[in-house]
Design a protein around this ligand. Structure first.
Ligand SMILES: [Fe+2]
Ligand SMILES: [Fe+2]
Length: 372
């Protein structure tokens, strides 16, 4: 069993200085190379439908393809400033004690600027995460030994290309700036791609990264007043729910066979990923630097509020029930259950798992798929 220090490189999971001290290697890169240690696996068992749940998912995916160029209404004008001003009705300044902080003299202009930059930052991270999903899923096509899973994963590769494409287009045409990949998200993606075991790609990407993304997209979909972003997220979520279900349905079979020692490795990997994703949500160093605010102070004032804490917890509403469905919470004296308790997210364990609820995200009459 590893210590927190061994897993995270720091002894206190909540050490904000350590979280902020991580160097961002992506700032001066044009490409980023990661060693992919896995073997590409051919299978000679071509029996389609040997795994009915995966086959069903594959058939659904083939019918659910959409085209970001024509299905989304790119003629919608996005006025970031106007949207930010409308959101200011709940300006943090109204409820926080800002005396003696860098925010003391902030007026509406500064809060609007912050909102705009945070939007640029959040959408940039979504775009980078989508590229991570594209690469991980291409890897799954190679490494998973089951034909039904290779078939399904190939549809996800197409989905992820479309997601990178629409987020990149939205950033370029509608927003006002890009940010580089967050280093905590980058470290997690590197670890996932680096691992030679095929199930770890699924656990890291489909269960953890995409589980969090599905919750985060859902939250933004609810909150945004921009009809184009609402539509874009609605389409992406319909794919994303299938992707998470793909992880749950594949790993459920595989994890049923693993020993406690093997499960321990998966439990640790899941916890490490959870903490890295929480760190990524805190690490907005580049935004604060751009606005001339000390990052530590910026984070403490805006993110350490009860609302932010609640938002961070809500991001785990998909991950925790999915980990439970995979049997990851209880082995080894309930190690992961305790760890999720420590970071305040275990209360979601009985929420719907995505293997059961993915159909409810499918595009409906409100969001028809192009009939071509
Ligand atoms: Fe995606
Ligand atoms: Fe995805």
């Amino acid at each position: 069993m590893s210590t927190t220090e061994e897993m995270l490189g720091r002894s206190d999971a909540n050490d904000l200085d350590a979280i902020l001290a991580v160097e961002n290697v992506h700032i001066n890169e044009t490409i980023h190379a990661v060693k992919d240690n896995a073997e590409a696996i051919f299978t000679w068992d071509y029996e389609k439908g040997a795994r009915p749940a995966l086959n069903k998912l594959y058939e659904k995916a083939k019918k659910s393809q959409w085209n970001g160029e024509v299905d989304l209404d790119w003629s919608i004008d996005v006025d970031q400033e106007k949207l930010a001003i409308a959101g200011l009705q709940q300006a943090p300044g109204d409820e926080l004690d800002l005396k003696g902080t860098a925010f003391e003299k902030w007026g509406d202009d500064e809060w609007v600027k912050l909102d705009i930059e945070m939007q640029n930052w959040a959408l940039s991270q979504f775009m980078h995460g989508e590229q991570g999903a594209l690469i991980c899923t291409a890897k799954i096509v190679e490494t998973v030994p089951w034909i039904d899973a290779k078939y399904y994963a190939s549809t996800q590769v197409m989905d992820e290309a479309r997601h990178v494409e629409v987020f990149a287009k939205y950033l370029d045409e509608k927003l006002s700036g890009h940010y580089v990949m967050n280093p905590h998200l980058g470290l997690l993606l590197d670890d996932i791609i680096n691992d030679s075991r095929w199930d770890m790609t699924y656990l890291g990407m489909q269960i953890m990264v995409e589980g969090l993304a599905l919750a985060a997209f859902g939250f933004m979909h609810q909150m945004t007043e921009d009809p184009l972003l609402k539509q874009l997220l609605r389409y992406v979520m319909s794919d994303e729910a299938r992707h998470v279900a793909f992880g749950v349905l594949s790993l459920k079979e595989y994890y049923a066979e693993l020993s406690d020692a093997e499960m321990m490795e998966r439990q640790e990997f899941a916890f490490e990923a959870a903490v890295r994703m929480r760190d990524r949500m805190l690490f907005q160093r580049e935004v604060w630097e751009k606005l001339g605010v000390d990052p530590r102070e910026g984070i403490e004032i805006t993110r350490m509020t009860p609302e932010s804490e609640m938002f961070m917890q809500l991001l785990f509403t998909k991950i925790v029930p999915n980990c439970k469905k995979l049997g990851l919470l209880d082995p080894n004296d309930g190690w992961l259950r305790k760890k999720f308790g420590e970071i305040g997210v275990i209360q979601f364990e009985d929420w719907a798992d995505t293997g059961s609820e993915y159909d409810s995200f499918a595009l409906g009459e409100d969001t028809p798929v192009a009939a071509s």
